[in-house]
Design a protein around this ligand. Structure first.
Ligand SMILES: NC(=O)c1ccc[n+]([C@@H]2O[C@H](COP(=O)([O-])OP(=O)(O)OC[C@H]3O[C@@H](n4cnc5c(N)ncnc54)[C@H](O)[C@@H]3O)[C@@H](O)[C@H]2O)c1
Length: 316
């Protein structure tokens, strides 16, 4: 199957414009596309407009594409009408399988078959989302990280019926707009990245449960240590550097048995009422009453600074 020439992509449909969809809309506008957003909520148009306006200064700092204009945002509450004239669809509706399957079928019915439909789903495998589609080969998962207008990573996952060319097209498209797309070669629950994230969360909550450290110190243990290295290098490559002159082979020879034993000692907490209470109380204490909007601005300002520094260091 041949998909639309990427240079011909003018309009992106963002279907579902909540936390993730509004952020995708801001990114696509900043990369110079027209965006048609769709959402059934009564304040849908206002929400996405306010989000784009709030995100624009950060996107300007990071660099706008020629012609990028927040005025190229339009809104249509009917998802099929919003998708019909678009060149790429990014679906970000609520995480409900039956709702997404119905929504994707309605989009698939009206969108020319050489256009890709990507779902932002965090949990559903693409094979499930393709069921009953007219052209299932162009349906895949394009899973972003919050907020997609700042975090470059996106996981591209094909389902059983996805055309390999659709995966290739989508990886190239995302990369061309400044994302960093990774290919997930095998469908799994949670794709790849959330599996890694829940592994860390599991041990963080086990340590909180066991009283090893406070929530603030557990968060600092990542943010001021491994998190800084992880911004430039993943845990597998870090093993190569940890091996010194002998590199990864020495790392494995030296530490594999100790790591094996450490895995046996990892915790498996349950969300007991006591752990829930402790988790909520300690994180709320760490947040020090700052409203969510303030925390989001704090996060985004620092993310922009990190992204700019990585770009200056040719690390992005
Ligand atoms: N929040 C995250 O951190 C995150 C990260 C990555 C991916 N995702 C995925 O993104 C998607 C959206 O999540 P979110 O956090 O933005 O949720 P959200 O609740 O903020 O937004 C979902 C939006 O979908 C809309 N919606 C409901 N029914 C719809 C329909 N029939 N058609 C179109 N839109 C409809 C809702 O009105 C709402 O505005 C989910 O698939 C989720 O798994 C979320």
């Amino acid at each position: 199957m041949t998909f639309i020439d990427r240079a011909q992509v003018r309009t992106v449909a963002v279907i579902g414009a909540g936390t993730i969809g509004a952020s995708w809309a801001a990114l696509f506008l900043a990369r110079g596309f027209s965006v048609v957003a769709s959402d059934p909520r009564s304040d849908g148009a206002g929400h996405v407009r306010r989000f784009v306006d709030a995100a624009w200064p950060a996107l300007r700092t990071l660099g706008l594409a020629p012609g990028a204009d927040p005025g190229r945002l339009s809104f249509d509450p009917d998802p099929a009408a919003a998708a019909a004239g678009s060149d790429f669809v990014q679906e970000s509706a609520i995480e409900d399988l039956a709702l997404k399957q119905d929504l994707l079928r309605r989009i698939d019915a009206v969108l020319p078959v050489d256009r890709v439909i990507a779902s932002s789903t965090s949990t559903f495998m693409p094979s499930l989302l393709q069921e009953g589609a007219r052209a299932p080969g162009r349906i895949l998962v394009g899973h972003p990280f919050n907020p997609p207008h700042l975090i470059p990573l996106v996981e591209v996952v094909g389902g059983k019926a996805t055309d390999r060319a659709a995966v290739d097209w989508t990886v190239a498209f995302y990369d061309s707009i400044g994302k960093r797309a990774i290919r997930i070669e095998k469908e799994m629950q949670g794709h790849l990245v959330n599996r890694l994230q829940v592994a860390i969360l599991r041990e963080a909550l086990h340590c909180l449960d066991q009283g090893v450290a406070s929530a603030g110190d557990i968060d600092a243990a990542i943010a001021f240590g491994p998190g800084l290295r992880w911004a430039i290098m993943g845990p597998l490559m870090l093993g190569h550097l940890a091996g010194g002159d002998g590199g990864i082979a020495h790392f494995v020879d030296h530490l594999a048995d100790a790591i094996d034993k450490a895995w046996d000692d990892l915790g498996r907490p349950n969300f007991t009422p006591e752990l829930r209470r402790k988790f909520v109380a300690e994180v709320e204490a760490e947040a020090r009453g700052r409203p969510m909007g303030e925390l989001e601005r704090w996060r985004d300002e620092r993310l922009v600074a990190i992204l700019a520094a990585l770009r200056n260091a040719n690390a992005l």
